[in-house]
Design a protein around this ligand. Structure first.
Ligand code: GAR
Length: 201
């Protein structure tokens, strides 16, 4: 079984998009792939209830219960590895990962970031795009490497910035595209097309 483990911190809409694509496109029949588990570092993440409704095993592991980033990451790795995943997906997981975590999942760890990388790494991407006067914005699926938001780009989607946009309206427009490119990038992993191809939505 090609298990996918998804990490979230919030609403989990990208997680749900991947899980729904897996069902709709019969990933289990085609690739032996399924979303095996969802973990959140936030106990109140709405994505946990969403995972529950989708019939996916889910649990919270709070970083607040650990003395250091390394200790939390080690515990999380143990929980993840219980599912022997082929792919670990960061879907709005708002944690900086330790080098040991990134090394452990090298080549099978991907993230979605709400900007057109390499522009606007880090936080508050939509407001920063507005402040910079960007005419377009978007999202990027990329491999996770030691440097934050810098791994090989796997998929991107571009949306226009419209007159009167706020960070919220822009974020919502970008999010609809995230829900298309993220499941597609995961599917391509299992189709065996390999990582590292740049592509535009
Ligand atoms: C998404 O917009 C994702 O790109 C972003 O958090 C949101 C999670 O939404 N991720 C980051 O900012 C990572 N640095 P979701 O919980 O509904 O999928």
């Amino acid at each position: 079984m090609n298990n996918i483990v998804i990490l979230i911190s919030g609403s989990g809409s990208n997680m749900a998009a991947i899980a729904r694509a897996a069902q709709k496109e019969a990933w289990q029949d085609k690739f032996g792939a399924r979303v095996a588990a969802v973990f959140s570092n936030q106990a109140d993440a709405p994505g946990l209830a969403l995972a529950q409704r989708l019939g996916i095993a889910n649990a919270t592991l709070s970083h607040r219960d650990f003395a250091s980033r390394e200790a939390f990451d080690a515990a999380l790795m143990a929980r993840i590895d219980a599912h022997a995943p082929q792919l670990v997906v960061l879907a709005g997981f708002m944690r900086i990962l330790s080098p040991a975590f990134v090394r452990h999942y090298a080549g099978r760890l991907i993230n979605i970031h709400p900007s057109l990388l390499p522009a606007f790494t880090g936080l508050n991407t939509h407001q920063r795009a507005l402040d910079a006067g960007c005419g377009v914005a978007g999202a990027t699926v990329h491999q996770v490497t030691a440097e934050l938001d810098h791994g090989a780009i796997l998929a991107q989607a571009v949306v226009p910035v419209l007159p009167g946009d706020s960070a919220d309206t822009l974020a919502a427009r970008v999010l609809t595209q995230e829900h298309l490119i993220f499941p597609r990038a995961v599917r391509e992993f299992f189709e065996g097309q390999g990582w590292g191809r740049d592509q535009c939505a």
